[in-house]
Write a protein that binds this ligand. Structure first.
Ligand code: ARG
Length: 293
């Protein structure tokens, strides 16, 4: 068989399996299609490929590699995460990103490691109030999208959150405020969006929540909440009509974990839509689609 024919056949088989590696589509979970997601509030181990935009943002030390924050692929070269992950550590060569992983210690063929070309922290990030807690990481080489690696969809400000139900959080953060060690297996659980007025009320976060935040969790606590090490990771909600997942929030802060009236606070991606596109160089006039990245 000549080389050209082999290439043509390879091309055809790609199309047939429907998993092009160009990262054209967003918010899809090829490995989880048709599989029910747990509606249970408690965290549980995610299946391989369950959250294909989820990445681990890691620091490389001479003593080893540590998971620092979560992040989400929003383009083949771009990871959206939290600015506070980098406050004390802006030294680009010490960072790396793991895409396609479920178990942090398992070296599997679907796992892709990338180093960092550029860290873009929000210019107005305030490390006291946690205002504008958003950052983009530019990777040294694009990831290859496939069954385990996909980008999340970025909603523009016009997407009504009421149109999205079923919101989920995932991460390698600790499973309780007191836990000493983080899990090696990616954890997932469902959360409810909590309106900002309630979330900011007395007895709740008392004014600490900014207009550019989204709160999510369980009003009575006890259920799923993000915790230490989940920062930067995704809060995604499913679009009732298309089954796609929209990246609605970036895990930012909380008070303790899973406490009553102290839901997790996330940076709203809708509020930073233009900032994100501008930094990725995609802010061409007339960009009106909801799924840009
Ligand atoms: N700032 C945390 C981190 O560094 C995220 C905390 C979220 N906490 C919460 N209770 N929801 O990982």
């Amino acid at each position: 068989m000549n080389v050209l024919l082999i290439l043509v056949l390879l091309g055809l088989s790609r199309t047939a399996t429907g998993t092009p590696d160009t990262c054209e589509s967003c918010g899809l979970r090829p490995m989880a299609d048709g599989r029910e997601i747990s509606r249970v509030a408690r965290s549980r181990d995610a299946q391989p490929g369950a959250w294909p935009w989820m990445v681990s943002v890691q620091q490389v030390w001479s003593t080893g590699i540590v998971h620092v924050c979560g992040g989400s692929l929003v383009g083949p070269r771009w990871v959206l995460t939290a600015a506070h992950c980098f406050v004390d550590a802006r030294n680009v060569p010490t960072w790396r990103v793991l895409a396609g992983a479920t178990h942090l210690a398992h070296d599997r063929p679907e796992v892709q490691v990338r180093f960092v070309k550029q860290l873009v922290l929000h210019e107005d990030y305030d490390n006291v109030s946690q205002k504008n807690d958003v950052a983009l990481v530019e990777l040294d080489h694009p990831v290859r999208c496939g069954p385990h690696v996909q980008r999340a969809c970025l909603p523009d400000p016009s997407l009504p959150l009421s149109a999205t139900a079923n919101c989920y959080v995932s991460g390698w953060g600790t499973t309780s405020a007191k836990a000493a060690a983080s899990p090696l297996v990616l954890q997932e659980f469902q959360v409810h969006l909590i309106d900002s007025h309630t979330c900011n009320g007395s007895g709740w976060h008392r004014g600490g929540v900014h207009p550019h935040n989204v709160c999510a969790g369980y009003p009575r606590g006890g259920g799923g909440d993000t915790c230490r090490g989940d920062s930067g990771g995704p809060l995604v909600c499913q679009d009732g009509r298309s089954d796609r997942f929209w990246l609605v929030g970036v895990s930012s802060w909380g008070r303790g974990c899973a406490r009553a009236h102290r839901p997790g606070v996330y940076t709203s991606t809708q509020s930073f839509h233009h900032w994100i596109l501008a930094k990725m160089g995609l802010d061409s006039p007339g960009t009106t689609t909801r799924s840009t990245a």
